[in-house]
Design a protein. Structure first.
Length: 481
């Protein structure tokens, strides 16, 4: 290998060497290039760019991101199985270096899913699955990450969603049939739930109501360290009336995914529903999936209490701890598979509880908190822009809040806050939630101004994100080891 004199560290980042070839990024203002310390066609043949003396310079294009994943294979997404893992939803595509720094700061043993975004969020940010994956690739590389990475196609609801994410290279698929969960079955009469259960598409489940009742009613599931789950007939019929349509949709999606011929793992998610998932319902959902050959690596039930966006857990922590313990015991008995904590951003009080209950067989999923914390940079360095953003967020709040669980009161947010109030508005519950869900119109309307500020203060942004996620990850780190 030729001896290289690297540029000043102010512009050069993330030096990585593989097979005696160095790779790094060079930044000049908002512009960035991949630089490879070789012009050997065997090394740079997969990249598009040009030789520059004894090195090769390449733009941060999708083709070059794919080539980088080939050259540095640890950047190619892989499955994690039962390892403790965390998802870092990045709506901006610029926060991954901070996520990398946080994982490293707590020991580097938590398996990171840097590429994670729901189809809903992609639509609001005008991004594609490949854009999300490529941004995570460049960010992990810039942050110096040299371990395995995951890629979560989050909250998928259609077969087309699956197709686009498979094509992009995702390996973890969160199937979300929550729109098909029947909330009326929660409290309907026994006669009504039997009608609902009888009306299911049992052929899609290779079964019948009679066979289902015979399989489950009257049985008891013994749990290690917890009271058994007693499956009386009314409970299992109600479970199927409530979740049966969702199971039909989940199996339609699973069969489509399984037919793609790729290496993958999947998560079953019913967290974005109206009522908590009861132990008997958990048993029925997972047992029916297993009977049909679908074994999720993780399950996201709807836990008790409030998991709202961007704020602490709302509810009785003792009741939540018991809920975690019971669901974790079921997961050990019927699996093992991981419990998945969705809407996990900023739920600091819950992390030690679920880490202990699951004994580290857990997946933490965060999303909008990186966007919210990035707004601190705007609040500190461009107050006028922050106020423009806040006005936009308030004006469009009723539209933005659609599909999110929120309890904020926009009337409590000052209409024209002073400069020294702005950082506090990123923290205060009412304004944080209003800002949290404003990312779509904010990036569409104010995107160039926002990204210019984040680019100018990139190091500060990375530090903010790192420190914020260290708080999220620390309670899990010992279990990951």
């Amino acid at each position: 290998m030729t001896d290289f004199t690297l540029p000043d560290r102010a512009v050069a980042t993330s030096l990585v060497t593989r097979e005696n070839v160095p790779y790094w990024l060079e930044r000049e203002g908002a512009a960035a290039h991949l630089v490879i310390g070789s012009t050997d066609p065997a090394v740079v043949g997969g990249f598009t760019g040009q030789a520059d003396g004894d090195r090769f310079r390449a733009a941060l294009t999708p083709g070059n991101a794919a080539a980088l994943r080939q050259a540095l294979p640890w950047l190619t997404p892989t499955t994690f199985g039962l390892s403790l893992s965390a998802g870092f939803g990045d709506r901006l595509g610029i926060c991954t270096p901070g996520h990398v720094a946080a994982v490293n700061a707590v020991g580097g043993t938590i398996k990171p899913v840097f590429a994670q975004q729901s189809i809903r969020e992609m639509g609001r940010t005008n991004r594609t699955p490949l854009m999300v994956l490529d941004d995570a690739t460049w960010g992990a590389f810039e942050g110096g990450w040299q371990g395995p990475v995951g890629a979560d196609a989050d909250h998928l609801k259609t077969l087309g969603d699956i197709d686009s994410c498979v094509e992009a290279g995702y390996v973890f698929f969160t199937l979300d049939p929550g729109d098909h969960v029947d909330p009326e079955a929660e409290s309907a009469t026994e006669a009504v739930i039997r009608q609902k259960a009888a009306a299911l598409d049992w052929a899609a489940l290779d079964s019948s109501l009679e066979a289902f009742i015979a399989t489950y009613a009257g049985h008891t599931i013994e749990l290690d360290g917890e009271p058994p789950v007693v499956l009386d007939e009314e409970a299992v019929v109600r479970a199927m009336a409530k979740y049966g349509p969702a199971l039909v949709q989940a199996m339609t999606m699973y069969r489509h995914l399984d037919g793609k011929g790729i290496a993958y793992e999947f998560e079953m998610a019913v967290d974005e529903t109206d009522y908590p998932t009861k132990p008997a319902e958990h048993v029925v959902i997972i047992s029916e999936l297993a009977r049909l050959g679908a074994r999720p690596v993780s399950f996201a039930p709807r836990f008790v209490g409030g998991f709202e966006k961007g704020v602490e857990y709302i509810g009785d922590l003792d009741a939540l701890a018991r809920d975690f313990q019971i669901h974790a015991a079921i997961a050990r008995t019927l699996g093992p598979y991981k419990l998945s904590l969705h809407s996990g951003s900023d739920k600091y009080s819950t992390y030690p509880l679920i880490a202990e209950a699951t004994q580290g067989v857990v997946h933490l999923k965060t999303a909008g908190t990186s966007w919210a914390e990035a707004l601190r940079v705007i609040a500190r360095h461009d107050p006028a822009l922050f106020r423009d953003l806040l006005r936009l967020a308030l004006d469009q709040f009723e539209i933005n809040r659609h599909s999110y669980h929120l309890s904020c009161d926009p009337a409590k947010i000052p209409a024209n806050p002073a400069d020294d109030e702005l950082d506090g508005l990123v923290t205060a519950i009412d304004s944080r939630q209003v800002l949290h869900v404003a990312y779509g119109p904010a990036l569409t309307t104010l995107g160039p101004r926002l990204f210019a500020c984040w680019s100018e203060y990139r190091d500060e942004l990375t530090t903010i994100i790192r420190d914020h996620f260290v708080r999220h990850l620390e309670p899990f780190a010992a279990w990951a080891r």
